[in-house]
Structure formats: structure tokens, C-alpha cells
Design a protein around this ligand. Structure first.
Ligand code: CDP
Ligand code: CDP
Length: 207
């Protein structure tokens, strides 16, 4: 049976961390949809046309080791505003969302566009400062040299662009549970997400 958990929210809010934890907990497959846009943006930085880059994306493109740099993040956010790029990546995400055995997808438009019928929708947020601190630590731990200010600028620019675009803008679905993780540990955020999925499962089981 298909069961989809849609996780959306601004940059570095903890979507992927919660998504990975839910996929382990419930035995669901997990797709970080940001990787599709990052891999497309990275290919565009090497000179490819954005739509062509999205249409010919391969699995190994999602494994490049520089997908998290601020340059690639910005390129991802720019290509993500192009409707034909989003269209090229749509069918793959929809099929993933409705696969048998359950799926968790995280991104910007999962609950609004990719899978409006998702059984669970979470909109994960945290303050700008907290998100920048978390992403900066993650990048530093990975050996990248971006400063905290550079990381903050990248997040703010992308959030503004992602929210303002006409095609599938970043916004909570009306029926999404909002989870502000600014003051939460990872374990607390994951526990709140697990509880919401358990509630949905109980509700659906009772139908
Ligand atoms: O990890 P972080 O939240 O910083 O970014 P990401 O989820 O990897 O997404 C990178 C960029 O891809 C975002 O800034 C968006 O512009 C775009 N994106 C999107 O438009 N729609 C999605 N479903 C996922 C990502
Ligand atoms: O997927 P998204 O860009 O929304 O965020 P993420 O990559 O899951 O989380 C960004 C960083 O924040 C990671 O290094 C997480 O370990 C960390 N994090 C945290 O410190 N506290 C949380 N409640 C959630 C994530």
C-alpha cells in the first residue's frame, strides 16, 4: 500500500534529517528531492542548458561530492524557478511518492504539488540564525570553508527566491503540520514527526 510522508520547509530546517529518521523508523524509502535540483544546478555550472540538464539527469549525478556547496545551492535555486526543469523532474518524484511500501520525500513543493494527497504533511522550520548555524557546522565538519555570513546569505537568498517564484513556490500546504525546530534537538523533532505519522496511521486504520 502506498503511504506518503511529504516534508517541506526552508533551507537547512532539518527536513532531510527528519526524513531519513522517519524512513528508518517506518521502513519507508526516502528521496531528498533537493538533490535533483542540486545535481541539475551543478551540471548547469559546467555549461549545460538547464532543461537539458534536468531531462538527462542520471543516478550518479546525485552522488557528486560537491552538491552542498553554496555555489551549487544557488545554481539549484535558480534552475528550480524554471517551470520546464520542474516538469522534467515531476514524474520520477510522483512515482517515487506512490511506490508500494511507503515513501518519505523532502523538498519545497511535496505537499503542495508533487503529492497533494500525501497521508502526512510536515512543514519544518527554524529561525534564520539557527538554520545558518546548523548548515555552517555541517559544511565546516565536511571540510568546506564558507563563513557563517556566507551561509546566512545563501539561505536568505534561496528562501526569498524559492518563496517568490511562480512555479511551485515554497509554502506550507494548508493541511500541513508545522514544526518549528528552533528550540528542538534532532531527537525531539523526530519524535514529534513520528507521533504525527502514528496519528495518521491510526486515523486511516480506523476508516
Ligand atoms: O538542503 P537545503 O534545504 O539547503 O536545500 P535542498 O532541499 O537541497 O534544495 C536546494 C534547492 O533546490 C532549494 O533552494 C530549491 O530552490 C530547490 N528545490 C525545489 O525547488 N523544490 C524541491 N522540491 C526541492 C528543492
Ligand atoms: O534537509 P534540510 O536542508 O532542511 O536540513 P538538514 O540537512 O536535515 O539539517 C541541517 C543540519 O542541521 C544538519 O547538520 C542536522 O544535523 C542539523 N540539525 C540540527 O542540528 N537540529 C535539528 N533539530 C535538525 C537538524
Amino acid at each position: 500500500m502506498a503511504f506518503t510522508i511529504a516534508i517541506d520547509g526552508p533551507a537547512a530546517a532539518g527536513k532531510g534529517t527528519i526524513g531519513r529518521a522517519l524512513s528508518r523508523h517506518f521502513g519507508f524509502a526516502h528521496l531528498d528531492t533537493g538533490l535533483l535540483y542540486r545535481a541539475t544546478g551543478r551540471r548547469v555550472l559546467t555549461g549545460l542548458d538547464p532543461v537539458e540538464a534536468a531531462q538527462s539527469l542520471r543516478a550518479e549525478d546525485l552522488e557528486a561530492d560537491d552538491l552542498r556547496t553554496p555555489d551549487v545551492s544557488q545554481a539549484a535555486s535558480r534552475v528550480a524557478a524554471i517551470p520546464e526543469v520542474r516538469q522534467a523532474l515531476l514524474d520520477f518524484q510522483r512515482a517515487f511518492a506512490r511506490r508500494a511500501g511507503g515513501a518519505v520525500l523532502d523538498g519545497r513543493d511535496i505537499g503542495t504539488v508533487i503529492c497533494p494527497e500525501a497521508e502526512v504533511k510536515l512543514f519544518v522550520t527554524a529561525s534564520d540564525e539557527e538554520r545558518a548555524r546548523r548548515r555552517h557546522k555541517e559544511l565546516s565538519d565536511g571540510g568546506h570553508t564558507a563563513t557563517l555570513d556566507e551561509v546566512m546569505d545563501d539561505l536568505r537568498q534561496r528562501d526569498a527566491r524559492d518563496s517568490a517564484r511562480a512555479a511551485a513556490p515554497l509554502k506550507p500546504a494548508e493541511d500541513a503540520l508545522r514544526l518549528d525546530t528552533s528550540e528542538m534537538t534532532i531527537d525531539q523533532a523526530v519524535a514529534a514527526a513520528v507521533a504525527e505519522v502514528d496519528r495518521a496511521k491510526a486515523r486511516l486504520g480506523a476508516l
